[in-house]
Structures are given as structure tokens and as C-alpha cells.
Design a protein around this ligand. Structure first.
Ligand SMILES: C[S@@+](CC[C@H](N)C(=O)[O-])C[C@H]1O[C@@H](n2cnc3c(N)ncnc32)[C@H](O)[C@@H]1O
Length: 191
């Protein structure tokens, strides 16, 4: 819990929306590095961001998908209660769709058309378990979308998420990359 409090202090110590989502590179790089994941969105539906922080990504996914003709309803879950407060402020008309919970314990009791999360939210020995857990929350005909983010400041490349999905027994339906390097990698599987 002390780690979570430190993370919330770090994220919410800034009023910059991208920083409140853990990204220090500014708006243009945020768009370049995050928006390619919307290549997975091929229909209207509900989108759950697991580890949604202040809800910025979910809000941008609504706009990026709309540019491609799809209507997305945003949802999110995050460990940080203060982050979820920010997400609820951002999504005032959908505040009830944002929940403070630990995704490893959470029993949502429903499914979503698109479930998105980061490979980095699981320790490397629990990656397959994490992916199977998230896949269980995907609607029939929906998609699980997984991302990995590199770090310029730590000189880290993103993990090859398609390869990890394959190693965990999933059939990868598509993939995308973002930013120079690239700095982000995404891959998705159909239900
Ligand atoms: C880097 S931010 C991601 C923000 C946004 N989803 C994005 O992709 O840009 C990671 C978030 O995951 C949250 N998180 C980490 N482990 C979690 C867990 N087990 N359950 C829910 N949220 C978690 C953290 O609190 C943090 O806000």
C-alpha cells in the first residue's frame, strides 16, 4: 500500500493529464505512442482499461475510435482510489464505470467488448495467468488488447507482447507499434 501511495503522489503531483497516467513525454508523444492500439477496435462496444489511472487513456480511446467511426463506452479499474476519483471527474457522465480495485482480486461479474491492459502489471512469472484472467472478462466476439511500454529515461524497449501471448497459448489476431524505436507494442486476440 505504501508503494501505491507513492505512485499516486507521483502521478497526482502534476496537473498534466498524461503525467497523471504515468507518462512524462507530453501530449504529442502520448498520441503517437498510445493511439495505435485503437487499430484493434473494429466495432462499437464497451472498453475496459485495467490500470486506468486518471482515465485519460479511456477518454482518448473514445475519441480515437470515434475518428474511425466506432462508438466506445469507457470503463476503468485501478488500485489507486485517488486516481479513480480523477477518472470519475474526467468521465462525469460515466462515473459509475470507474472502480477502485486490485485487478488480481476483482470479481467484476460482467464482460466487456474490449479489455485492455499492460503486460507490465504482472510479474514475469505470472504473465500467462494475468492474460488468462483478463481474457475471462472479454465478451463473446470481443478482444483482449495487451500493451507494453518502453521507457526513454530508463532506456528500456517494450516487450514483444505478441510473442508472449503466443507463448501463453493465445492466437494473435493483430498487432501494432507506436512511437520511435518503437516505444510501445500492442497485440490482440479475439474471443
Ligand atoms: C502506467 S499506468 C497506465 C495508465 C493507462 N492505462 C495507460 O495505459 O496509459 C498503470 C496503472 O496501473 C495501475 N495498477 C497496477 N497494478 C494494478 C492492479 N493490480 N489492479 C489495478 N490497477 C493496477 C496503477 O495504479 C497505475 O495507475
Amino acid at each position: 500500500m505504501a508503494r501505491m501511495a507513492a505512485l499516486e503522489d507521483k502521478y497526482l503531483g502534476s496537473e498534466v493529464p498524461e503525467t497523471q497516467s504515468g507518462f512524462g513525454g507530453g501530449r504529442a508523444r502520448w498520441i503517437a505512442e498510445r493511439s495505435p492500439m485503437t487499430e484493434a477496435i473494429d466495432r462499437d462496444g464497451d472498453f475496459l482499461d485495467v490500470g486506468c489511472a486518471n482515465g485519460l487513456l479511456a477518454s482518448d480511446v473514445v475519441s480515437w475510435a470515434a475518428e474511425r467511426g466506432f462508438r466506445i463506452v469507457p470503463h476503468g479499474v485501478d488500485l489507486g482510489e485517488s486516481l479513480i476519483d480523477r477518472a470519475r471527474e474526467r468521465h462525469m457522465d460515466r462515473a459509475g464505470n470507474f472502480v477502485a480495485a486490485d485487478a488480481w482480486q476483482w470479481q467484476p461479474g460482467r464482460e466487456w467488448t474490449f479489455v485492455y491492459s499492460l503486460l507490465e502489471l504482472a510479474p514475469s512469472d505470472l504473465r500467462c495467468e494475468w492474460l488468462r484472467r483478463l481474457y475471462g472478462w472479454v465478451d463473446q466476439d470481443g478482444k483482449l488488447i495487451i500493451g507494453s511500454y518502453g521507457s526513454r529515461s530508463r532506456n528500456l524497449a517494450p516487450v514483444d507482447v505478441a510473442e508472449i501471448l503466443g507463448r501463453c497459448g493465445f492466437e494473435v489476431a493483430g498487432s501494432a507499434t507506436g512511437g520511435d524505436g518503437p516505444m510501445t507494442r500492442f497485440a490482440w486476440v479475439d474471443k
